[in-house]
Design a protein around this ligand. Structure first.
Ligand SMILES: *Cc1c(COP(=O)(O)O)cnc(C)c1O
Length: 378
């Protein structure tokens, strides 16, 4: 048996689209395929404006600029997340304030977020772990009370829903990832979703090196010039061409991952019933996942290490996830923890992600479950 943790895939005319883009001679950003991706995201997710970027990291960096932060301003976020969530804001001189997660969803605890607000707080960054939506109604109400910007890190959340709305299209800004480990992929890739009208014009400007190029091409201004800070965040048309083929099949991609995740939950149910491990609980009311990842929680870190080694010896690559940012060297230097983070510390030591990718088969899932069962029998 050889089951990698992830495997990049094609599902439609990715390569034909790239060949067409080359033939048509538009290889720089925002060509016909990229514009089709923008339209797809705007229509399917319901955001005001979608802009492709090189990565979710790049989208978060753009969002951090749009938050207009001064050095020492605070940004509330979970510690249980990828480094880019925090790094984007540290680059602007802001201080990440790390808040604990809820034990049921592993998402930012909205009650603790409310307690972490200070006069310096400017933004909140909910991270939708595993494509399961954060408690957005409570977080948006909190932001409204304190005049904060909400930037959703929806890197894992494509087409997943919270109370009928798509993740990334609920906060003032949202960030998606199309990295090859996510559901819909383009190798590296991402998008900034602008949901609040007041950020649209500036988002276009900072993405195009601080120029008003987009307005110029629409005939809205008669000169194209440098008007703000910015960088080059738009991806090549080759990325847009690949991505468009995947976006058009995003529902099928998510459906397949949800089937595989359900197969894991079923296959591991007997072990969970005996208390040997736990599988994710049912998503909260009104929250629809997208099968982004499947994890189990083991009793302790030693059991996890032993299980990783056991699976590796059988050709199965299972991996743990985040080292909490508040305990990382840079997290300690640039951020601070809002009190103790017991759930983050507990969960990050016991969580194990099992292989989950588009081309994984039900038989392979059954074999992985069998290998996990064998570990507990031995
Ligand atoms: C993958 C991921 C990112 C980074 O995405 P890139 O496209 O690789 O930059 C950021 N945040 C979270 C929560 C992620 O899962």
């Amino acid at each position: 048996m050889k089951v990698p943790f992830n495997k990049p895939f094609t599902i439609g005319p990715e390569l034909e689209n790239i060949a067409q883009a080359v033939r048509e001679g538009h290889l720089s950003g925002d060509g016909p395929f990229s514009r089709r991706c923008h339209r797809w995201l705007e229509e399917r997710l319901g955001c005001r404006r979608a802009l492709l970027t090189h990565s979710c990291t790049a989208a978060l960096e753009m969002a951090a600029i749009l938050c207009d932060l001064a050095p020492g301003d605070e940004v509330i976020m979970p510690s249980f997340t990828f480094v880019s969530t925090a790094n984007a804001f540290v680059l602007r001189g802001a201080v990440p304030v790390f808040v604990d997660i809820r034990p049921d969803t592993l998402n930012l605890d909205e009650a603790l977020a409310a307690r972490a607000v200070t006069p310096r707080t400017r933004a909140i960054v909910p991270v939708h772990y595993a494509g399961i939506g954060c408690e957005m109604d409570a977080l948006m109400a909190l932001a409204a009370r304190h005049d904060l910007v909400v930037v959703e890190d929806a890197a894992q959340g494509i087409l997943a829903e919270y109370r009928g709305r798509k993740l990334g299209a609920i906060g003032h800004l949202g960030c998606l990832s199309f990295h090859e480990t996510k559901n819909v992929i383009s190798g590296e890739g991402g998008a900034l979703l602008v949901n609040d009208e007041r950020f649209v014009a500036r988002a276009e400007i900072i993405r195009e090196k601080g120029t008003n190029r987009a307005q110029f091409f629409r005939g809205e201004v008669d000169k194209y010039t440098w008007v703000d800070i910015g960088s080059s965040w738009l991806p090549s048309e080759l990325v847009g061409a690949f991505l468009h083929a995947q976006l058009e099949r995003a529902d099928a991609i998510n459906a397949q991952r949800l089937r595989l995740a359900a197969a894991y939950a079923e296959g591991l149910a007997p072990l969970a019933a005996r208390g040997l491990l736990s599988v994710p609980r049912q998503a909260p009311e009104g929250v629809e996942g997208n099968g982004h990842l499947f994890y189990v929680l083991l009793p302790d870190i030693d059991t996890r290490s032993a299980l990783i080694a056991h699976l590796k010896a059988r050709g199965v690559h299972a991996v743990f996830h985040y080292v909490p940012l508040h305990s990382s060297p840079a997290g300690r230097r640039y951020g601070r923890a809002a009190g103790e983070l017991p759930v983050t510390e507990d969960v990050s030591a016991r969580l194990l992600r099992l292989p989950l990718y588009h081309e994984l088969t039900a038989r392979e899932v059954a074999a992985v479950c069998e290998a996990v069962g064998a570990f507990f029998r031995s």
